[in-house]
Design a protein around this ligand. Sequence first.
Ligand code: ADP
Ligand code: MG
Length: 723
Amino acid sequence: MNLTSLLINELRLSEYQKRALKKPDIKTVKDLLWHFPARYEETGEKTTIADLTVGEKAILSGRISGLKFEKTWKKKMNIARAVLNDGTDKINLVWFHQPYMAKILKENEEITVSGKIQTGKNGLPAGRQDLYVSNPTNLSKSNFNRLTAVYPETRGLSSRWFRFNIQKILNKLPAENFIDIVPQKILNKYHLPSLKNSLIYIHAPKQKKDAEAAAKRFAFEEIFTIQLSRMQKRIWRQKENAFSIKAEEKEINKFLKNLSFKLTKAQQKSIEHIAKDLQKNSPMSRLLEGDVGSGKTAVAALASFLVFKNGYQTAYMAPTEVLAKQLFDSFINYFSNTGAKLALLTSSESKKFPSKLKPAEATHVSKNRLLKWLEDGEIDIVIGTHSLIQDRVKFSRIGKSVYQNKKLAMVIIDEQHRFGTNQRATLTNKKNESDKRITPHLLSMTATPIPRTLALTIYADLDLTLLDEMPPDRKEIITEIIPPNQREKAYQKIKEEIEKGKQAYIICPRIEPSDIKKENLLTLNTRAVKEEYERLSKEVFPEYKLGMLHGKMTPKEKEETMKNFSASDGENRIDILIATSVIEVGVNVPNATVIVIEGAERFGLAQLHQLRGRVLRSTHQPYCFIFTESKSQKTLERLATLGRVKNGFELAEHDLKLRGPGELSGKKQWGISDIGMEALKNIKMVEAARLEAKNILSSDPELNNYPLLKEKLGQENLNIHFE
Ligand code: ADP
Ligand code: MG
């Protein structure tokens, strides 16, 4: 019997409990067993009431009397009270907010509880007069572990409920239900406990060591299966066919003359890697990882140029319209003398370059016409957003054009971390086609610096090229944390820069002012784009032109704003752009030299680094002013790292240490659980998982000898996660 096929309903739950289980999405026995504790509480020593000390945790056994259930009229709070007598003395027990205690507790019953001994008015008037135990944990039906599992808060279900039911299942289910997905050999080699033991340990550890061993085992399983799955995909991809793209040095040099700068060594090296990959008959899978502003676009352009020169198409996907448009404009620049036909495809517009009437410009065309051109091979390079994949009709037409005319030879995915795994896959593998089909080469790009362990795990299917050098003559950014009473100083600096002809960004965490009724105090203070725009226009920068950019604007409005912000002169030029973090990805306005980030405590270090990357795009001295209202020492220290550390990868490692990996990038984003993320602090484990995954696949790429792993990986492929 498979654990997933055992429905939770068999536990004979009440309607109330069934409803409560909806929120953590627990449907099967497996879901319940894999609902891990958030933490453990030390239950303390078993002692007697006569020996109690205030402030300590203790376990007490005795008989209860004087049960009372009340509801305070003011706060409508349920309170249950009882007096515990263990023969040595009496003490009060008080439960707040636990109405179900009325059903559990019975007058005169023998119970065992654990909790912290407190003093105060709740203590009167039992034996040890001033003492009481607040919210004691009822241990009566469990065995006396020193640690008690506390589960993530679930409305309507107590930790005790989880402990009780999980124990029931673990005791009842026969051993054959717990088949380890991790091969026994590997468990032995790394001294990892078996599945059943791990489940027992994680829910009811006798000591801390047990819980840690169990967590390690589940973390290993997760990291191991992710790597296995990515490596397997890589093996499959390498078996597919791709167009071989040749590179001619003469042509390359001609193209490079079109650029207004000389390539850095790192850019040259990346292009060599890419050219070598493209030459092969099997598809390239390369990730170009380079800090913001390191010049990935030029590398992508050169790769596209090689593909174009060989007579094939490139599809270039970016996560936002603003970025897609900007890339389109850059490509028009790079390709103006090459004869390449370029297209832009987003949900709101389709454009083509060059225009028939004005060959130096791009022109709007109807979407249908553009799709037809794509299909006919009229277009050499199409740049777009999710539109390239989301709309099925468009996608299949692109697919058709590709495979009927054998045209599409390469896809580029910019800021690839912004796409879900499946969105990326949709662009690269076309399903339902025979093996002989041609698969496009893949160039993925990202500026998100992530810790090495995370990269090893989630990018196990990609070859990595690091763009570890900035274009020459860049000045080191000056990053300052500005306390609330020194705002003026930063505004003054902005004015100075604008007077020098430069521009500035001001980033706010939200679009609209907060609705006081709906929001909690934490978000009340955060500044909103619309409000700040009004305030700054009137009060601080009346003599300058301000603009706004956020996700609720129409594409037309956004374009207009970006156009005016990108224009370094002209009467419509925007001096200061007030924006949400939409500008975080890729936006390139080299003339902007100052960035102010409001509510900085709400962003992760990596994201803050991305944001400040907006002003790292020229040889001018850049400034980043971090505004925070936070008084938390921890937060301030975290933000201070930003001033010291200028390298994104180093920052990512700091984030991992300081905040914990879960917060670093969000498990949602990488599809890794909290336990798995925790494991990423341990490079040895990640490397071990990698080694074992490699070993298994080298002798059994289809995992035929590992049916459980094979099944699990098959399911994982169905898991779509979007950001
Ligand atoms: P990112 O890697 O963040 O995508 P971009 O490709 O947008 O960076 O490049 C950032 C800026 O640096 C652009 O204005 C680009 O024209 C410029 N740039 C790129 N490569 C070089 C280089 N080798 N020398 C000087 N400037 C460069
Ligand atoms: Mg970029």
